[in-house]
Design a protein around this ligand. Structure first.
Ligand SMILES: Cc1cc2nc3c(=O)[nH]c(=O)nc-3n(C[C@H](O)[C@H](O)[C@H](O)COP(=O)(O)O)c2cc1C
Length: 325
């Protein structure tokens, strides 16, 4: 399949693995890139820029295909040394960066001077247009369904993607709720040039997380995610568990007086406990509604090959058959 995204990134299939805290390590990124998509290492999972440089080198040992690095600007409890992380990305020879959180305007000159393609992940048309205006090469449009931070507008992809298509000149990929060949074809029809998946890639053989996490995703239905931190305008979609129930109880109790400090114990430092140790009740971790569409734990290559086969059959048989009739 050839789209503006495969051309821009030099990849075979229009499928990107979004940055994921404590999931986007070299093993997963390399597996996705080797299977013809774009794998992405998550910069801030590496505690220091030096460790990120090592992770980039490790990924390069595992693949000779292009891969990217995610740089997330979120309201963090401790401000990471972003200039040093960017230096590690540039010196590591990485050619694609996925930015997220606030807009990357302040870092664009450094990334562009290094010949890096920037894909900004946004949850609204206005933020996508801003990304286009500041020189981003593409956007990843994250609908309300998505795992992680869906923003505060609550617009799902059936509306958000065609709205993005109406306004944007740069190419965009659909993100949030994407799982299979149906998702890819739908994304293309709605105007996207490919798709970005998070949750689906966690339930793969190569994802370097505890098996409990993969099994929790397979067991979950589309009804099992919750939205936390709405009152802080830092909404996160997470898989429900007893830690999340505690967050929601604190949010109800504090009401408008809620501050991030009230939730610190339930949302800070949770990822290693869940992803590495498999403690599924530890607290809040991002997960998309798409869990309801995930029923197995294939290898990344099996998953991507299956998606491309399904997409081909849908376009050339189902849709072509409907049109011919
Ligand atoms: C466990 C998990 C961790 C994530 N961590 C990050 C992150 O650190 N930075 C980021 O930009 N997006 C993060 N995301 C969002 C994904 O990159 C992607 O946009 C999202 O998962 C797409 O929605 P989906 O899960 O429905 O596929 C995370 C998602 C998950 C599921």
């Amino acid at each position: 399949m050839k789209t503006r995204i495969t051309e821009l990134l030099g990849i075979e299939h229009p499928i990107i693995q979004g940055g994921m805290h404590f999931v986007g390590l070299a093993e997963l990124a390399a597996a996705v890139s080797n299977a013809g998509g774009l794998g992405i290492i998550t910069a801030l999972t590496q505690a220091t820029p030096e460790l990120l440089a090592k992770e980039i080198a490790r990924c390069r040992d595992m693949t000779d295909k292009p891969f990217g690095v995610n740089l997330t600007f979120l309201p963090a409890f401790a401000k990471p040394p972003y200039p040093e992380y960017i230096r590690a990305i540039i010196e590591g020879g990485v050619k694609v960066v996925e930015t997220a959180g606030r807009n990357p305007e302040s870092v664009m000159p450094y990334l562009k001077a290094a010949g890096i393609k920037v894909i900004h992940k946004c949850t609204s048309v206005r933020h996508s247009l801003k990304a286009e205006a500041i020189g981003c090469d593409a956007v990843s449009v994250d609908g309300f369904e998505c795992g992680g931070h869906p923003g505060e507008d609550d617009v799902p992809n059936f509306i958000l993607l065609p709205r993005a298509a109406e306004e944007l000149k740069i190419p965009f990929v659909a993100s949030g709720g994407m799982a299979d060949g149906r998702s890819l074809v739908a994304a293309l029809v709605l105007g996207a040039e490919g798709m970005n998946m998070g949750t689906r890639f966690i339930a793969t053989k190569e994802a370097p997380v505890h098996d409990n996490v993969k099994q929790a995703i397979v067991a979950a239905s589309e009804l099992d995610t919750r939205l936390i931190m709405r009152g802080l305008r830092n909404t996160e979609r997470v898989l429900n568990n007893s830690g999340v129930e505690r967050v929601l109880a604190i949010e109800r109790e504090k009401g408008a007086a809620l501050t991030i400090a009230d939730l610190y114990g339930q949302v800070a430092g949770i990822y290693p406990k869940v992803m590495r140790d498999g403690d599924m009740e530890a607290g809040a971790w991002s997960c998309g509604m798409v869990a309801g569409l995930i029923h197995d734990v294939p290898s990344v290559k099996e998953l991507i090959d299956r998606i491309m086969r399904e997409a081909d059959t849908l376009i050339n048989q189902r849709l072509a058959g409907i049109v011919r009739a």
